[in-house]
Design a protein. Structure first.
Length: 117
C-alpha cells in the first residue's frame, strides 16, 4: 500500500529520517579520551614516517577544523569520536590505544536519548 504525499511533506519526511539516522549513529559512536596531550604533541614532532606534522596538517588529515586539534593539545577538549581518534592516531603513526582511552558515550548523546524518550 502506498500513500501519496506532496513534495513538501516528502522533503520533511526525508529530513526527519536523516536526522534520526544521525541520532542513532551519535548514540552508537564510541568516544575516546586523550590520555596525554603532551604525548600527542611529541608524536606530532616525529610521526611514524619520521616527519613532523603541524596542527593544521593533522587537522587536514583528520578532516576537522584546526581549532579542534588545538583544543585537544591545550586540554580544552578532552574527548573525540572514534573516527577522529583513529584518524589522529593513524596520522602520527601509532596504535589508537597509545593516545586514547575508550571513554564511552558523550553526555550530549545521553542527553539526546533522555530527551527523545
Amino acid at each position: 500500500m502506498f500513500i501519496e504525499i506532496d513534495r513538501t511533506s516528502a522533503s520533511c519526511l526525508a529530513l526527519f529520517i536523516e536526522m534520526n539516522k544521525r541520532e542513532v549513529k551519535a548514540l552508537s559512536t564510541r568516544t575516546y579520551r586523550l590520555e596525554d596531550p603532551d604525548l600527542l604533541r611529541r608524536l606530532m614532532q616525529r610521526t611514524g614516517d619520521g616527519r613532523a606534522v603541524s596542527i593544521r596538517g593533522l587537522a587536514e588529515a583528520a578532516d576537522v577544523h584546526h581549532s579542534t586539534i588545538g583544543h585537544l593539545l591545550t586540554g580544552q577538549q578532552e574527548t573525540a569520536s572514534e573516527d577522529l581518534a583513529q584518524a589522529i592516531a593513524d596520522r602520527v603513526g601509532v596504535d589508537l590505544a597509545i593516545l586514547w582511552i575508550q571513554d564511552g558515550r558523550t553526555a550530549r548523546s545521553l542527553r539526546r536519548l533522555v530527551m527523545s524518550a
